[in-house]
Design a protein around this ligand. Structure first.
Ligand SMILES: C[S@@+](CC[C@H](N)C(=O)[O-])C[C@H]1O[C@@H](n2cnc3c(N)ncnc32)[C@H](O)[C@@H]1O
Length: 159
């Protein structure tokens, strides 16, 4: 199975890099894991709504160019559907059972995801109503994907 994250922007802080590297190593037992970073659109601090839409649209095009038709796409979105870790694990198991071997997760940039990306997604997943920085979201998601595999394996990792 291939698990891919398509994310906007580079990971800057060493502590995020180290955390993600650890879970990526653990995930290698279960899947081929990759992270594709697309550049964020340079933007001033203060923008009109139209300018923000333009920034998200430009980033959205870059995101969509990294997704193939066969990929099952989760868009990370605050207003998406919340799941428990167990429900998420079951979903991943069911997707594999029904022949989806390419699962992709998309994390937006500082302004979020453009409607075109949300439309392409097969589902939207929320980690609650808090806004997490996209770099931290990447780390949390990596752990939850790892947790899902551990749940499906019946491991005591998940209590
Ligand atoms: C800094 S947030 C963007 C905030 C933006 N105002 C929005 O509503 O999406 C960057 C990205 O992290 C992800 N993200 C942040 N918090 C999240 C949460 N609680 N649930 C799901 N995704 C989240 C989303 O993909 C979002 O596009």
């Amino acid at each position: 199975m291939n698990i891919k994250f398509v994310v906007v922007g580079k990971l800057k802080e060493k502590y995020f890099k180290q955390g993600i590297a650890e879970y990526a190593k653990r995930l290698s037992r279960f899947c081929k894991f990759s992270i594709v970073e697309v550049p964020d659109e340079k933007a001033p601090e203060s923008m009109s709504q139209a300018e923000m839409d333009q920034v998200m649209a430009a980033e959205g095009e870059r995101i969509l160019s990294k997704i193939k038709d066969r990929e099952y796409v989760y868009a990370l979105a605050i207003l998406g559907k919340e799941r428990s870790s167990e429900e998420f694990a079951k979903e991943i198991k069911d997707l594999t059972t029904y022949g989806h071997s390419d699962i992709t997760f998309v994390i937006g940039g500082s302004l979020g995801l453009t409607p075109a990306v949300l439309k392409r997604a097969n589902t939207q997943i929320s980690f609650g109503r808090f806004t997490l920085p996209h770099q931290l979201m990447r780390l949390v998601l990596t752990e939850q994907v790892y947790r899902a595999f551990m749940i499906n394996e019946g491991s005591p990792y998940h209590k």
